[in-house]
Design a protein. Structure first.
Length: 229
């Protein structure tokens, strides 16, 4: 699938290299959307293509593409939204929300949160954001690596400490019980494989500031938004 951890140069991939499996229910990357200017972003969690949680944010700086934003690793630590979620919904029957790294915590959206030899592609400011010089291995989000050069996007130790989705938890170094979703993680013994809470999709738009509600079936284009996973 398409991995967002450090060291995979994922932000440079072209559409021909993306793995596509049923698009809205599997891994999908649209190269053209990747380089499109975007002013709004939606992060959607879905179960077999049906939305069970979503958040929509307005970007702080308009007119930049996702590629531009994720390439900005040095110095990184960018808070990219403002005003909090402009839309937030969770289905009444959605499970595993309390420690979900996107829907279990509030605040603004931040990209490329780096500290010492750690990097996290997508986090929320309402969670624990490690200070610049503190090597506590305690920030949680999407696209994580506890052993990398986050300023250059280079992983260390053959990706041993990479993990795609880390649940909200307070387990600082030398924690030996990092709870992660599924098996998409490195071989570090501290990672504890847990259930997958759903698939996560990212949609962007220049002008659509509202997303279809929970319970809606996803498609590649949703009311003017363009998708990328």
């Amino acid at each position: 699938g398409i991995n967002a951890e450090y060291g995979k140069q994922w932000y440079q991939r072209r559409v021909r290299e993306a793995v596509v499996s049923t698009q809205s229910t599997g891994d999908y990357l649209d190269h053209y959307v990747w380089i499109e200017p975007a002013d709004y972003i939606a992060i959607v969690r879905h179960q077999h293509g049906v939305i069970d949680a979503l958040k929509v944010f307005q970007f702080r700086y308009w007119g930049l593409s996702l590629l531009d934003r994720f390439k900005d690793m040095n110095p990184g630590r960018r808070i990219v939204s403002y005003g909090g979620p402009i839309q937030e919904e969770v289905a009444w029957d959605a499970d595993n929300i309390q420690d979900d790294p996107i829907f279990g915590v509030g605040g603004e959206l931040a990209f490329n949160w780096q500290y010492t030899n750690n990097g996290h592609r997508i986090v929320l400011t309402g969670g624990h954001l490690s200070a610049l010089g503190v090597d506590d291995d305690n920030t949680r989000g999407l696209g994580n690596d506890f052993s990398c050069d986050p300023l250059k996007g280079i992983t260390h130790s053959d990706g041993k400490s990479q993990h795609e989705i880390s649940n909200i938890q307070d387990c600082p170094r030398p924690c030996q019980n990092h709870k992660v979703q599924g098996t998409d993680h490195g071989t570090a013994s501290s990672f504890k494989t847990g259930p997958v809470y759903g698939n996560y999709a990212i949609y962007i738009s220049k002008d659509a500031n509202h997303f279809p509600p929970v319970g809606t079936e996803l498609n590649i284009v949703m009311e003017g938004s363009r998708s990328r996973i």
